[in-house]
Design a protein around this ligand. Structure first.
Ligand code: HEM
Length: 173
């Protein structure tokens, strides 16, 4: 089995998309918790939830970025998908930086039950940039068909099988 299965997944089962669900889920939850904290609902638990969700999001960001980067390396440079993927990468790195700085700015008080104004604004901006990055990521999959096989005649047992199907490498973009 080729080693790249560990950071690219297999044809029909890429690793980056499911990891993005975990990362975006954690950051979205952190943003909701920050809003709840600011409007005074569920204090001080909302602020603690904000802190912990940001930590979870930052942890998931590492494998998400590595797997995305591995796919990006295989796109032909200078093409429209490459430009879109590069903009996506930049957006996601900027969003991650905002979340990192926001937890740095508000960690102590967040754990103690308050999201500071500065940390709140940084979280909101991070979420906005994350949304733009997610839009660009979706464009890569649903417009350019990246990592999509579209084998509609494939039997379900074979399509859902976790066993790599090297002969389908060629079908993947
Ligand atoms: C926090 C980090 C990241 C998040 C949350 C994220 C999110 C996403 C999302 C939502 C998609 C669409 C997948 C789908 O609709 O199922 C996507 C696709 C993609 N992203 Fe990312 N991304 C991140 C980092 C990166 C980085 C750093 C790169 C490149 C260096 C990258 C390259 C790609 C590529 C090439 C695709 C096309 C599908 C694929 O190859 O799996 N991503 N990303």
């Amino acid at each position: 089995m080729a080693l790249d299965v560990l950071y690219r997944g297999t044809p029909g089962h890429p690793l980056h998309p499911p990891l993005t669900d975990a990362t975006i889920g954690a950051y979205s939850f952190a943003t909701v918790a920050a809003v709840l904290s600011k409007v005074g609902i569920a204090e001080p638990e909302a602020a603690t939830a904000w802190t912990l969700a940001l930590i979870v999001g930052l942890i998931f960001s590492a494998p998400t970025a590595v797997t995305g980067f591995a796919d990006w390396l295989r796109i032909e440079r200078g093409t429209p998908p490459w430009r879109t993927a590069t903009a996506h990468m930049l957006a996601m790195l900027i969003a991650t930086a905002f979340f990192l700085v926001s937890i740095g700015a508000g960690y102590g008080e967040g754990i103690d039950g308050a999201v500071t104004d500065g940390a709140f604004i940084l979280t909101l901006v991070g979420f906005l940039v994350l949304t733009v990055g997610g839009w660009l990521g979706g464009t890569l999959v649903f417009n350019y068909g990246m990592r999509v096989l579209n084998l509609v005649e494939e039997p379900a047992s074979r399509a859902t099988s976790p066993i790599p199907r090297p002969e389908e490498d060629a079908a993947e973009r």
